[in-house]
Write a protein that binds this ligand. Sequence first.
Ligand SMILES: Cc1cc2nc3c(=O)[nH]c(=O)nc-3n(C[C@H](O)[C@H](O)[C@H](O)COP(=O)(O)O)c2cc1C
Length: 184
Amino acid sequence: MKNILFIVGSLRKQSFNRQLAAMAEKMLVNKFNIQYLEFEDVPFMNQDLEANTPAPVVRVRKEILAADGIWIFTPEYNYSYPGLLKNLLDWLSRPMDISDFTNPTAVVGKKVTVSGAGGNNKTASCRAKLNELLEFMKMQVMTEPQTGIALGIEAWTKGEFNLTDEQVAMLKEQAEKFTAFVNA
Ligand SMILES: Cc1cc2nc3c(=O)[nH]c(=O)nc-3n(C[C@H](O)[C@H](O)[C@H](O)COP(=O)(O)O)c2cc1C
């Protein structure tokens, strides 16, 4: 079975995006091995650290290399992607062997897609900018379809994550198209 790596762009314990990932995971069960990339311990990018790659960076690169596909679930922060996700991607944009910039990165050519849950903008600005960044990093980005969720009032008032039938269908369609994309 091929491997799909899920990356959640929120560290919040009750993250709606992590709950969205859990729903997608159920849709992919028996089709792929699913792993979640935990990256809270990745330090801020600092070129001084690159000569002696920090252990968390070595670990996340290894997990990325083992993945046949990557699915990012992320909130929108100020009309863009969260800084913690950018920091992770900045590390992943660097050659694994920094002695020569023609050396490959861990993410080059990787198949990736994006979903997000947030406010009324349905994370559209975040996803547009993230798609552009992932393409700049020479990843193969499945931009259509992508699931954008405008969280309901009960999410903001009671912390409850509920999806409408239409939103579930959107996620299911993305899961099916991503399955075909990764298996192609
Ligand atoms: C720094 C910050 C900026 C935010 N900016 C936006 C925004 O531009 N658009 C939006 O829809 N929601 C925005 N939000 C609200 C998030 O969508 C909301 O907190 C969401 O629950 C975060 O996702 P999570 O539940 O996965 O942690 C922002 C939240 C934070 C903390």
